[in-house]
Write a protein that binds this ligand. Structure first.
Ligand code: MIG
Length: 627
């Protein structure tokens, strides 16, 4: 059951697709205070949800914030990253879900200040609050998901494996990468283009020397079974003569400062302006620009920098430079030095900038700050709506920033992680929270984005990520190569990626079911085994679809681990491409998983397809061969 409580929303976020009447009274079991909502927790209370946030599956014991942020260091102390996902699920003496439909900031103190207390503090009360109850944790999630509408379903080929790297600059870089995958006989469906394919980082342009004929090149790659997936950044370069800028400027489609002038920010293209995705006309206009690339045969995109990420604003930079110039070199002390250094650092993604520009929405003019978390969501919607018009087939689309509502239009990737062992586990722990909030098509940068990857890290990361709907290896500019062919012996990677393709009939089927039935593709064990006290505490295993459980290795040099089986299961092991099975009883097991082996568990047989080169060869209907 869902009850809706109104605290006077200032703007319709569009996150919710069902128009429910308001309830009277208070949103029990919360107590309403002057600042927000509180609840006490007993020792056994567990808290789930909050989408993309850091730390465990059970969110208890930390403080989180809904504020879409371009955060390049995903460390435990971070309160927010790129998404703002305001759904929490509390499993204690009361069991219920709560969705805070607010586009501004919310703080969730889940036993941080007081370990037995939840305090949820919206920055203002301009929100709708939905309290959702049901017979089970799964039922509450499904009830919530039916409130926010069906999740995005990508084309089948998007479930293949993709290679990306910020640093493939030319057509030849991409072609060489495709060749190396082919030589290594490793399946591949997508190659991603990062910002360097653009001309001077201008959206919807193609660099004339690096990709002299993108249409022909996309066709050449498609012929080989590989789709090119270019990036689109949110901000548009401010440059007269660049048609996207000229037209948007003339029609008033960019966010404005308090005087009604285009608000100018610094991002990759240098001085740039921000399309007003909250203005339906501007949003439609921006979406139509994707035609420049779909006309060249492009079938999918990833949208970046849409928190929106700002390196600085023109005005902020002016103020900062004045500040820095005040420094007295003769008398400077350590604190002055650090203070001055921070003047520049603090320019990035600053609230004072977010407060200084405005959106023109059908419901009035709003300071960006008050509707901040809608920006990435509306960029995704802009692209999705346009791609539905521009193309007859479904398109691949995923975004970095998001809030609930965006799940109907695209997937998300989890942004700039590191080549750290802890980030395999972090990625696993993010998945159920994302699924609760409707983000089913997601995954992390395999091998880690920042920092240098090693062979063993990549093997272990892939052995987990082969189960994630979005399976993409991506790395930052200047980092060590981490393609599946980069570490010499390619066979081990061929076996792992091939297993992904052999499992696709199952994984895809389970994904589609999760979309259609508003269920979770990835679930904590606690959701399937509600009466099992051990299952409820497991933070490093997941249920995948109806009949699979995974328990990957995520520690350096570990070649075995403890795995909890909440019931009797079949252990399936892939060793050098060969599959073997073993029945295991309910309870704890210490399972050896040498580097390169993939192990998963099934509650009923999961058929495997034949090895293939790419998704065009996959037979999607489940076959009868058992395992
Ligand atoms: O400020 O386009 O998260 O995947 O490679 C960095 C360059 C901008 C951030 C994305 C990352 C991408 C990178 N982008």
């Amino acid at each position: 059951m869902i009850k809706r409580f109104c605290y006077d929303p200032i703007i319709t976020t569009g996150a919710v697709v069902k128009d429910l009447p308001y309830s009277n009274g208070s949103p029990e079991p919360f107590t309403v205070t002057e600042n927000g909502f509180t609840l006490d927790m007993d020792a056994k209370t567990r808290v789930y949800g909050l989408g993309e946030t850091m730390r465990g599956i059970n969110k208890r014991g930390w403080i989180y914030e809904s504020r879409c942020t371009d955060e390049p260091f995903h460390t435990e102390d971070k309160r927010s990253v790129y998404g703002a996902h305001n759904f929490i699920l509390i499993d204690g003496k009361d069991r219920f879900g709560a969705f805070f439909d607010l586009p501004g900031r919310i703080t969730y103190d889940i036993g941080y200040t007081d370990s037995d207390f939840i305090t949820i503090t919206p920055e203002n009360f301009a929100l709708d609050l939905y309290i959702i109850t049901g017979d089970s944790l799964k039922a509450i999630v499904s009830e919530f998901r039916s409130l926010i509408g069906k999740s995005y379903l990508p084309p089948k080929w998007a479930f293949g494996y993709g290679q990306s790297r910020w640093g493939y600059v030319t057509e030849d870089d991409i072609r060489r990468c495709a060749d190396q995958y082919k030589d290594a006989r490793i399946p591949l469906d997508m190659l991603y283009l990062d910002i360097d394919y653009m001309d001077s980082f201008k959206d919807f342009t193609v660099h004339p020397e690096r990709f002299p004929d993108l249409k022909a090149f996309a066709a050449e790659m498609k012929e080989r079974g590989i789709r090119l997936i270019p990036i689109i950044d949110a901000a548009v370069k401010k440059e007269e003569g660049y048609s996207v800028y000229d037209e948007g400027h003339e029609k008033g489609y960019f966010c404005k400062d308090e005087n009604g002038e285009d608000f100018v920010v610094g991002v990759w293209p240098g001085k740039s302006v921000l399309p007003d995705f909250l203005d339906p006309e501007a949003s439609r206009w921006f979406g139509q620009q994707y035609k420049a690339l779909t006309d060249l045969g492009i079938e999918g995109f990833w949208n970046d920098m849409n928190e929106p990420a700002l390196f600085y604003s023109e005005k902020g930079l002016e103020r900062a430079i004045e500040e820095v110039q005040k420094i007295d070199i003769e008398k400077i002390g350590a604190l002055d030095f650090f203070g001055t250094r921070d003047v520049l650092v603090k320019l990035q993604n600053s609230d004072s900038d977010y407060k200084s520009f405005y959106h023109n929405t059908p419901e009035g003019r709003f300071a960006h700050y008050d509707v901040h978390n809608l920006y990435g969501y509306r960029m995704t919607k802009s692209a999705y709506d346009a791609l539905c018009e521009l193309r007859d087939e479904p398109s691949l689309l995923f975004s970095r920033a998001s809030s609930i509502g965006a799940h109907r239009y695209g997937g998300i990737w989890t942004g700039d992680n590191h080549s750290w062992w802890s980030h395999i586990l972090q990625s696993l722990q993010q998945m159920p929270g994302l699924n609760m909030c409707g983000f089913l098509f997601s995954g992390s940068d395999i091998g880690g984005f920042n920092g240098n990857c090693t062979r063993d890290l990549l093997i272990r990361w892939m052995s987990f990520a082969l189960f994630t709907p979005l399976m993409r290896n991506h790395a930052a500019f200047g980092t060590r190569s981490q393609e599946a062919f980069a570490f010499g012996d390619t066979e081990v990677f061929r076996h792992i990626i091939t297993l992904r393709y052999r499992l696709l009939p199952y994984l895809y089927d389970e994904f589609v079911k999760a979309v259609e039935n508003d269920t979770m593709y990835f679930r904590p064990l606690a959701f399937d085994y509600e009466d099992d006290e051990i299952a409820a505490t497991i933070e490093d295993q997941l249920m995948v679809g109806d009949s699979m459980m995974i328990a990957p290795i995520y520690r350096q040099n570990a070649d075995a681990r403890h795995i909890y089986l909440p019931e009797k299961m079949t252990q399936v092991r892939m060793h050098e491409g060969e599959i073997s099975t073993e029945e295991l009883n309910k309870g704890w097991h210490y399972v050896s998983i040498p580097l390169g082996d993939v192990v998963y568990f099934t509650t009923s047989p999961i058929p495997l397809g034949e090895p293939v080169r790419n998704t065009s060869e996959v037979i999607w209907e489940k076959q009868d061969t058992e395992n």
